[in-house]
Design a protein around this ligand. Structure first.
Ligand SMILES: Cc1ncc(COP(=O)(O)O)c(C=O)c1O
Length: 480
């Protein structure tokens, strides 16, 4: 397999067009097993992230993405996004530092946590990260003390919408209270310059964004009437990361564009930004876990089953001769690791196998994480062919809210990342940082003409010309 080095730290494997990722991962897994390396690992498809960005620019041409680092703070992921031109939503000093350390300028960051630690605000002040959200009185006093020149963005409560993770229970000023809060900001001589909202992560109602944008317009006008110079609307996160959910990204974008044109038309000159997290990274990452232990149990034994869970495979009794067995598989990543998404992100995951075994008989199977805790269950019922210790199970769409919150509970190690790009996406590699070189002989000769000059992308955003000429596919343009 050809490889491309990105600076000193990152190596990206180039995979052939049309090859399916689990197949590539199967080769990797075989090599690993030969070397007795059976730890869980990720494949991160950089091309998938680039395509997502192209799609964003095409479908939301007026909206600048500020990637929510909390979603997946892997350094390589953040670096790639920095260099294809997203900006960043940071929740803490740690995230701000991570992004600044990669050479991103502070004006490409919004500190989008309405309840901040004082020392973190001071860090933002020292480093010129001026844009930050607030939604309560105490925050205004803190900002007055720590960073009086901050560019403040009032986060409002946009109403309740169906979503994977509700955020309104914790953040957002009710629009009825906005006037009071804005008056206090005026009294303290603070600089409020924008309104933000978040409709909830993994939003399932396309109507949510238009409703929230209309509400934001009302609060915007309140702020203008109080004399604030309002420059920006931040429409938050909530966009789908894969195409498995009930609402498509395209559908959401149509609603956003129409309502932006009504409430914040281009001639208003208002800057529109967003804070997408899972959109950029969910589908880029595929996780492979190894079966480290196996238990054959009775499928039909009802004694130990949860009565509400018809098919749950969870008992320790062996099957009798006449029963079809069920299997419990123990794998080396679980809910204390990447699968914390089952708890915190209310995610659902689907196990598949690296190689096609569709003609084999399937058994009721449950999949468990590696720790000694009984709660550490990934799936209590899946239909799978019989697996053996040492086999691999694959989970797609594992990039969002997985590794970022993983722990090493019970001393278990976190999976390592492996970066790949498909051949046809190689031409977009000039967006990656630092001078890089191609290791394979076949590509050595093309590197000068094909990869352009990466130095232009080391700091600040790539230029508009770059988007037109290099990043956007033919026929796609940006509107601002
Ligand atoms: C303030 C803020 N912005 C953006 C996001 C990203 O949301 P999503 O991943 O749904 O796009 C979150 C997620 O919790 C958030 O809290």
């Amino acid at each position: 397999m050809d490889s491309v080095h990105i600076g000193d730290r990152m190596m990206v494997d180039v995979i052939k067009s049309g090859t399916i990722l689990p197949k590539v991962m199967a080769n990797e897994a075989n090599t690993r097993m030969e070397e007795s390396k059976d730890d869980a690992f990720y494949y991160c498809d950089i091309g998938d992230m680039i395509k997502k960005h192209q799609n964003w620019l095409k479908l939301l041409p007026r909206v600048e993405p500020f990637y929510a680092v909390k979603c997946n703070d892997d350094t390589a992921v953040v670096q790639i996004l920095a260099n294809i031109g997203t900006n960043f939503d940071c929740a803490s000093k740690g995230e701000i530092k991570k992004v600044l350390d990669l050479g991103v300028s502070p004006d490409r960051i919004i500190y989008a946590n309405p309840c901040k630690q004082q020392s973190h605000i001071q860090f933002a002040a020292r480093n010129g990260v001026a844009m930050m959200t607030f939604d309560n009185m105490d925050e205004l006093h803190k900002v007055k003390n720590c960073y009086p020149n901050a560019k403040l963005v009032l986060r409002i409560l946009p109403g309740e919408f169906k979503s994977q993770c509700q955020l309104g229970c914790k953040f957002g000023c009710h629009p009825n209270h906005a006037l009071k809060l804005l008056k206090k900001a005026k009294e303290l001589d603070l600089n409020v310059m924008g309104i933000s909202f978040h409709v909830g992560s993994g939003c399932m109602e396309p109507e949510a964004f238009p409703a929230a944008i209309r509400l934001a317009r009302e609060v915007f006008d309140t702020a203008v009437n109080l004399g604030f110079s309002m420059e920006m609307l931040d429409i938050g996160g909530g966009y789908p990361g894969d195409n498995l959910g009930p609402v498509s990204f395209k559908e959401i974008c149509e609603g956003i564009n129409t309502s932006l044109d009504q409430s914040f038309p281009p001639e208003s000159g208002i800057r529109i930004i967003a804070e997408p997290g899972r959109y950029y990274i969910a589908s880029a990452c595929t996780l492979a876990v190894n079966v480290i232990s196996k238990r054959t149990v009775s499928r039909d034994n009802q004694d130990l089953k949860d009565p509400d869970d018809e098919d749950a495979v969870c008992n320790s009794l062996p099957p009798s001769k006449n029963e079809e067995p069920a299997f419990m598989y123990y794998v080396n990543d679980g809910v204390y690791g990447s699968f914390n998404c089952l708890m915190f992100d209310h995610a659902s995951v689907t196990p598949t196998l690296m190689n096609d075994r569709s003609c084999e008989h399937e058994y009721s199977s449950s999949i468990w994480g590696p720790t000694c805790d009984g709660i550490d269950c990934i799936s209590n019922h899946s239909l799978l062919p019989e697996l053996e210790v040492g086999d691999w199970i694959v989970f797609e769409n594992m990039g969002a809210y997985t590794m970022a919150a993983a722990s090493c509970f019970n001393g278990m190690s976190k999976p390592t990342g492996h970066y790949v790009i498909r051949e046809e996406m190689l031409k977009y590699l000039p967006v990656l940082p630092y001078p890089h070189h191609v290791t394979s002989c076949r590509q050595e000769e093309t590197k000068k003409t094909q990869y352009g000059s990466p130095s232009a992308f080391k700091y600040g955003s790539p230029s508009k010309e770059f988007y037109f000429k290099e990043l956007l596919p033919v026929g796609v343009g940006i509107g601002h």
